[in-house]
Design a protein around this ligand. Structure first.
Ligand SMILES: Cc1ncc(C[n+]2csc(CCOP(=O)(O)OP(=O)(O)O)c2C)c(N)n1
Ligand SMILES: [Mg+2]
Length: 904
């Protein structure tokens, strides 16, 4: 134990006194046993805390509720009406899923997640969650994806949804349907936070809470009235994303964050911790991380038993029983529980001798005890200086009857028989509102909705009204409009580098700095970096814009005397996230959805090591797109040959393939600074003026070369850049043969050199094209192709890439520092012989020159590829290709780089 070493290092200044204390403890253990000893020690610890003695905190406590009955606050609601509302929501949620699965054409859905968590949500909806009707952002609620049916069922009672919509649960194609899970992309007026890919809701909620503080501390928006609530499953906690960032929440003292973990002890296949106790495990983890932990394990009726537990036998039994057994007790009879839980110890059995078997079976869990939950939520909202997690113990499938509750298969059950529904109707006391004949064997179970003048409806609406309106809802108000950047911000970078050799990364950093300096737009920029600022030359911004630190800078930095010192400030603008791409992506999402969640558009630029972006946090990017994010992702140090000396795990040659899989991403691979600047200007316009819910992804390189200024035909060039392809240089005149070379990113150098050498040695005049976005070209071509397919009689549309390349003659060679799949995206629409060159295979480390030769994308290979294209077209003889192979010293029999790595 840590404490042993700690104590052994200290001198004992009064050994006699020490011995007396130890002897007293020995005596207590000998006469009253360990339970009494534990009790006394706990009392001592409490007193020590009161006296501010400063003993190390314990990370676990007995398997009991954190809040004792005497501390429970008065419950301000109408218990009966709320119970009845809950019953109706439970009913409708179940009926909705059951109806979706009638007959053979079932469409899935989940009954048991919401059934276990109905009270967890309802206490929040009735007493805590703040809506947006007062014009403020309200609370941010992250709902467990599989609990969606219950959320729809509540919206139905509120008359925000109607029956026909409930009947379209999971049937979205025809319009008006309800999405399976929380998807703002599919239900943009309703859902706010996508959660169903487990672990992403939790991490996003932490960074959302932190982002609210950031907006507040930077005086952009007063977010002090908003709380972030995140509901998660106990099984979900095994996702690294779920718990991976909890220490940040404690470090940042996010008392605006509450997590509610639905501890039903089960996940999809079976128990979460059959042989252990998930609640105890989570308690220790969260307490160790500095969270306020509130355990809600036992319902009120257990309090009476605990009060009688003078020997501590009940607590012992609670502590010793593993979750696998608790799950079993959830499905067994009262007699079984009496025998096995209370049974072996006569003192324990005596505690329940006055209870019938039925009463024992109905001793509820804390997560189904509404008053206990109210007490926990209230305490959570009053907590200062730390986030809170509520660990609520529930039964999975609660109230759905013995065939569903607590069963290992419960997660997957989506059908119930009429007999099961009849039992549920009784269990929920809904006999008066669900007519008997409606649950007859040959009937279809009805949705139920109390009239608008019923006490339930009035209560429900009153509660929400007093909490500022319904949730979830996504109204997207524009509360603090964004002023667009001035042209001046782009001028420097559009003008080229004036003879200096710079990289597109450096140019981007300059542009970012200029945007951050730009009048009213500047403060809305949110630069996000996961510990890589120096790599991208962004350390130059530390001093001017400061790194966000909620507590300011409490130390004098080691480099204080330097111009570019590491400067932190409470109102700092830069989010320097440390080594967490997942956390940085969660920050990005919070900033990129601020236009919707706060009505305050912010413009995030998340710059990462390109290999550690899509590949590393692809699912978070997908969720960001679902959330309708608007912002910029920048994959710096891109390219499999441009990044020297790093190698296989660093050299990105495929992020553009991964980016191509996300529908709302506009992906660009610019070669020159002016292209990059034009894309960013276009992106800002598209996302923040035209309100397109898109993410712009740009790859940036670290190869230095002279950046030309924006060409004269500005409008035409800009159009070409954003549409994905434009002619960058005409072919040299007076050549016998023609060809086109398409380059992207840092491949521009080899392509330009190849153009010169083709003309000089082989009489080939190649024009040069900058292919800034194969994704954009493909998207447009697909659209044209689809139109043609569906309008066979009409004049066909010609894809842009076909039209542009039809202007020239000879083969088209495309060269990229990414894998050939990237240019191959448009292969079938290139109207000439098409030869793509890319960097397929695992990356490796060497000089650029060596790697470009290895991956066959250097000047020599571009020349050979062009000549080979001409030979295939019959324009030249194959011997000319051979000549070039010799001229450039290419070994035609070298191993294919895609498959070439050392033998094991
Ligand atoms: C990343 C990811 N992996 C797997 C799933 C599939 N899945 C859906 S629900 C579920 C079990 C959830 O258990 P738990 O988190 O305990 O929630 P409960 O329904 O018990 O409240 C699984 C594995 C998913 N949605 N996301
Ligand atoms: Mg669970």
């Amino acid at each position: 134990m840590i404490i042993d070493g700690f104590v052994q290092q200290l001198p004992d200044i009064d050994p006699g006194e020490t011995d007396e204390w130890l002897a007293s403890l020995d005596a207590v253990v000998a006469t009253h046993g360990p339970t009494r000893a534990r009790y006394l020690l706990s009392k001592l610890l409490i007193r020590a805390r009161e006296l501010q003695v400063g003993v190390p905190a314990s990370v676990s406590s007995p398997y009991l509720n954190t809040i004792i009955p005497e501390q429970e606050p008065w419950f301000p609601g109408d218990h009966d009406v709320e119970r009845r509302i809950r019953a109706m929501i439970r009913w409708n949620a179940a009926v909705m899923v059951i109806r979706a699965n009638l007959g053979a054409e079932g469409i899935g859905g989940h009954l048991s997640t919401y059934a276990s968590s109905a009270s967890l949500y309802e206490v929040g909806f009735n007493h805590f969650f703040r809506g947006k009707d007062d014009g403020l952002a309200g609370d941010h609620i992250y709902i467990q994806g599989h609990a969606a049916p219950g959320i729809y069922a509540r919206a139905y009672l509120e008359r925000r949804l109607d029956e026909s919509q409930l009947d379209l649960f999971r049937r979205e194609v025809g319009g008006g349907g309800l999405s399976s899970y929380p998807h703002p992309r599919l239900m943009p007026d309703f859902w706010e936070y996508p959660t169903v890919s487990m672990g992403l809701g939790p991490i996003n909620s932490i960074y959302q809470a932190r982002f609210n503080r950031y907006l507040h501390n930077r005086r952009i928006e007063d977010t002090s009235e908003s709380r972030v609530w995140c509901f998660l499953g106990d099984g979900e906690c095994d996702e690294p994303e779920s718990l991976g960032s909890i220490s940040l929440a404690a470090r940042e003292q996010l008392d605006n964050l509450v997590w509610v973990i639905n501890c039903n002890l089960q996940r999809l296949d079976g128990p979460v911790r059959g042989n252990g106790k998930i609640i105890q495990e989570l308690e220790a983890i969260f307490r160790g991380a500095g969270w306020n932990v509130i355990k809600v394990i036992w319902g009120g009726k257990w309090d009476e038993l605990l009060a009688k537990d003078v020997d501590g036998v009940l607590i012992n039994k609670m502590n010793e029983t593993v979750d696998g057994d608790f799950q079993r007790y959830a499905v067994e009879s009262g007699a079984y529980i009496r025998e096995h839980f209370f049974g072996p110890d006569p003192r324990l059995r005596a505690l329940v001798e006055d209870l019938s078997d039925e009463e024992i079976r109905n001793l509820p869990r804390g997560g189904h005890d509404y008053r206990k939950l109210y007490a926990a939520y209230k305490m959570a909202t009053e907590q200062e200086g730390a986030p809170t997690v509520i660990l609520a113990k529930t039964v999975k499938g609660w109230t759905l009857g013995p065939d569903v509750e607590g069963r290992n298969a419960t997660h997957q059950i989506k059908k119930m028989t009429q007999a099961q529904l009849r039992m549920m109707r009784e269990r929920l006391f809904l006999e008066d509102i669900v007519p008997e004949e409606s649950v007859a064997d040959d009937a279809e179970a009805p949705y139920i909705r109390p009239d608008e003048d019923s006490p339930e409806y009035r209560y429900l609406m009153d509660r929400r009204k007093s909490l500022d309106g319904p949730l979830p809802s996504r109204p997207v108000p524009l509360r603090r409009p964004l002023t667009m950047p001035t042209d001046g911000a782009f001028k420097e970078v559009l003008g080229g580098s004036g003879g200096q050799a710079v990289s597109t990364t450096t140019a981007f950093t300059r542009l970012l700095r200029n945007l951050m300096r730009d009048g009213e737009f500047g403060p809305r920029v949110v630069p996000i970096i996961p510990d890589e600022a120096r790599t991208f030359g962004m350390d130059s911004m530390f001093k001017e814009f400061k790194i966000y630190a909620s507590r300011g800078q409490l130390y004098e930095p080691v480099d204080a005397q330097l111009l570019l010192s590491y400067s932190e400030a409470k109102d700092g603008q830069i989010l320097e996230e440390g080594i967490t791409e997942a956390g940085a992506m969660a920050s990005f999402t919070a900033a990129a959805t601020s236009y919707a969640t706060q009505g305050v558009p912010m413009v995030p630029f998340f710059t990462f090591y390109s290999m550690f972006g899509f590949q590393r946090v692809g699912d978070l990017i997908w969720a960001a797109s679902d959330a309708r994010s608007r912002g910029f992702l920048l994959g710096a140090t891109a390219g499999r040959t441009t990044l020297e000396g790093e190698g296989l795990q660093h050299a990105d040659g495929h992020s553009h393939v991964l980016a191509a899989t996300v529908p709302s991403i506009q992906a660009f691979d610019p070669a020159f600074a002016y292209e990059m600047a034009a894309i960013i200007r276009h992106g800002i316009h598209r996302m923040y003026t035209e309100n397109m819910d898109e993410i712009f992804y740009l790859t940036l390189y670290n190869e230095n070369y002279e950046m030309p200024p924006m060409p004269d035909a500005v409008d035409e060039v800009i159009r070409g850049i954003v549409e994905g392809l434009y002619r960058w240089a005409d072919a040299p005149e007076g050549c016998e043969h023609s060809a086109s070379i398409l380059f992207s990113g840092s491949m521009q150098g080899g392509a330009r050199q190849a153009q010169a050498e083709l003309a000089e040695h082989y009489g080939v005049g190649a024009d040069l094209w900058s292919a800034t976005s194969y994704k954009a070209l493909r998207d447009e071509a697909m659209e044209a192709e689809r139109w043609n397919r569906l309008h066979p009689g009409a004049d066909g549309r010609t894809p842009r890439v076909t039209r542009l390349l039809a202007e020239g003659a000879g083969p088209v060679v495309a060269v990229t520092d990414h894998i050939t799949l990237v240019p191959d995206q448009v292969g079938r629409w290139v109207p000439r012989t098409f030869v793509p060159l890319g960097t397929d295979g695992f990356g490796r480390s060497d000089t650029r020159k060596a790697m470009r030769r290895f991956f066959e994308v250097d000047t020599g290979h571009i020349v050979v590829a062009t000549l080979w294209g001409l030979a295939r077209d019959g324009a030249i003889d194959a011997s000319v290709v051979d000549d070039a192979i010799r001229r450039y010293d290419i070994d035609p029999d070298v191993d294919d780089p895609r498959l070439s790595w050392p033998e094991a």
